[in-house]
Design a protein around this ligand. Structure first.
Ligand code: MG
Length: 118
């Protein structure tokens, strides 16, 4: 093995280790989003995260307007940002209350859909 090959292999091993760690983190957060939301609220505080929720909502508004106008947009990223901040707001304002309202609203929506089919 030449020196260059050895360095290349070392580089690939380091990248592989980084990717394996990234996949491990992705799997963990995907399976436990709530703990990340709680940690964000604890780390940055409620007021800062409310500001983030407001900001992300505004960013999604802009991206959806771009989409409506046929412009290039980044709606998927902003939807993800809104879901992340909404997840934190759900915990901040009471998950049980939010979930109960959510289920009620989904039921109402389903009735409107069924009514629209007429
Ligand atoms: Mg954003």
């Amino acid at each position: 093995m030449t020196y260059d090959q050895s360095a290349h292999i070392t580089d690939l091993q380091a990248r592989n280790t980084g990717l394996v760690e990234r996949v491990r983190i992705l799997e963990r957060v995907a399976n436990d989003q709530e703990s990340v939301y709680r940690r964000a609220l604890d780390a940055f505080g409620a007021d800062a995260q409310i500001d983030m929720a407001i900001e992300e909502g505004a960013e999604l508004t802009v991206e959806l307007m771009h989409r409506k106008r046929g412009r290039q947009h980044n709606a998927p990223e902003e939807i993800a940002d809104v879901l992340i901040t909404a997840g934190q707001m759900r915990l901040l304002f009471g998950a049980e209350a939010v979930d109960a309202i959510l289920v009620g609203k989904l039921a109402d929506l389903e009735q409107r859909i069924d009514g629209a089919k007429g």
